[in-house]
Every structure is written in structure tokens, then in C-alpha cells.
Design a protein around this ligand. Structure first.
Ligand code: GRF
Length: 199
């Protein structure tokens, strides 16, 4: 299966997918990386892995809709079987989600539906949660609201700060994303209302 991965940051989740795709049994290959950030570290990972990449930066477009449409085109041109949002920090429009409906997954560093949004790690910590974790879900037209595919729990320790907790979550998150994307690529995603299953 052909994966197109959208990233905004360092790309450690992308790195995990690139490492996994070298295994022929994995059943999926990252064919392109698309980012909104010209300075994304993920671009170096793509280059080093010999994977195509595209930068679609909001500053280059007169408005949000134009950026969104350009991002959708940049993704579509690579013919994705599955679009993976791995640390992509922009909200994609309903039009974008509909275009790739049912074949976009996102990873979020909290146990949804708790702590959605751009600061899930910080919010869990501030709330005093004792357990947090990560969630891989199908992207729907809401924010972090689509049917859940997989989750992993991670303890919150008393002296955690946001960075320490996020790094602990990311260890579990990378493994969960690789495993879930591989299963989705090999067996497909089946959504029945709120329930999503693989294969
Ligand atoms: C991940 O924890 C992702 O869930 C969150 O931001 C982080 C991105 O990390 N949205 P990386 O860019 O994959 O290292």
C-alpha cells in the first residue's frame, strides 16, 4: 500500500514508518512526505530515505482554502492508499477529509476523547491525569473526533513536565502508529458508525 505522510515537526513518527517500510512483510511504503513547514526536520528524513516530499506552506497562498486545496493536490498526486497525519499541526478542511474519506488516519498524544486539540499532553498534565497515552484514529470532519482504531496507555509520573511526558508517550505512539498503519494497509479500515476495525 502507498502511504503519504503529512508532518509539521521533527518527524519521529515518520522515521518509525520509514524504518518499518523497509520490511517487505510490512505491506506499506511511504511514497511521499508532505509538510506545511519549509523547515520541517521531516524533510531531511524524506531526503535521506529517498522519498519524495512536497512543501505546501500557508504563507505561499492568499487564503486558507487555497492552501487546503493545494495540500490536497500535493497529496493526491502521489496516489495514496492511506494518508497518515503524523504530527501534522494544521486542521484540514471537510473538503479535504471527504476527498480522502476513510483512508486518513491521525495520531494524537492523548487518550481520546480526553484532551483533544493541539495541547493534549499539556492538558492531561494540567488536569492531573495519572494515565495518558496515544490514540490512532480515522480522521473525520471534526478535530481529533473520528472513530478510534488503536490506543496505548502511558503512566503520568508526579514530576513529569510536558516535554518528559510527551517523550514517554512518543515511545508508545511510534510503535502504535507503525502497527496500526501496517494493519490498515494490509487489511483495510472498516468503519461502522463510531466503531472502526482493521481487517
Ligand atoms: C506527536 O506526538 C503527535 O501525536 C503530535 O505531535 C508529535 C509529533 O512528533 N501531534 P513527531 O514530529 O512525529 O516527532
Amino acid at each position: 500500500a502507498r502511504l503519504v505522510v503529512l508532518v509539521s515537526g521533527a518527524g519521529s513518527n515518520l522515521a518509525a514508518l520509514l524504518a518499518a517500510h523497509d520490511d517487505p512483510a510490512y505491506g506499506a511504503r511511504v511514497v511521499a512526505v508532505v509538510t506545511d513547514r519549509p523547515d520541517a526536520g521531516a524533510l531531511d528524513l524524506a531526503r535521506d530515505a529517498g522519498v519524495a516530499s512536497a512543501v505546501v506552506a500557508p504563507a505561499d497562498f492568499e487564503d486558507r482554502a487555497a492552501w487546503d486545496a493545494a495540500t490536497a493536490e500535493a497529496v493526491d498526486v502521489f496516489g495514496p492508499d492511506l494518508v497518515v497525519l503524523a504530527g501534522f499541526m494544521r486542521i484540514l478542511s471537510p473538503a479535504f477529509v471527504r476527498r480522502f474519506a476513510g483512508r486518513i488516519v491521525n495520531t494524537h498524544p492523548a487518550l481520546l476523547p480526553s484532551f483533544p486539540g493541539a495541547h493534549g499532553v499539556r492538558d492531561a498534565l494540567a488536569h492531573g491525569a495519572k494515565v495518558s497515552g496515544c490514540t490512532v484514529h480515522v480522521v473525520d470532519e471534526g478535530v481529533d473526533s473520528g472513530p478510534i482504531l488503536a490506543q496505548a496507555a502511558v503512566p503520568v509520573l508526579d514530576d513529569d513536565d510536558e516535554e518528559v511526558l510527551h517523550e514517554r508517550i512518543k515511545v508508545a505512539e511510534r510503535a502504535l502508529l507503525v502497527e496500526t498503519v501496517g494493519r490498515a494497509a494490509r487489511h483495510g479500515i472498516h468503519v461502522d458508525g463510531r466503531r472502526a476495525t482493521l481487517g
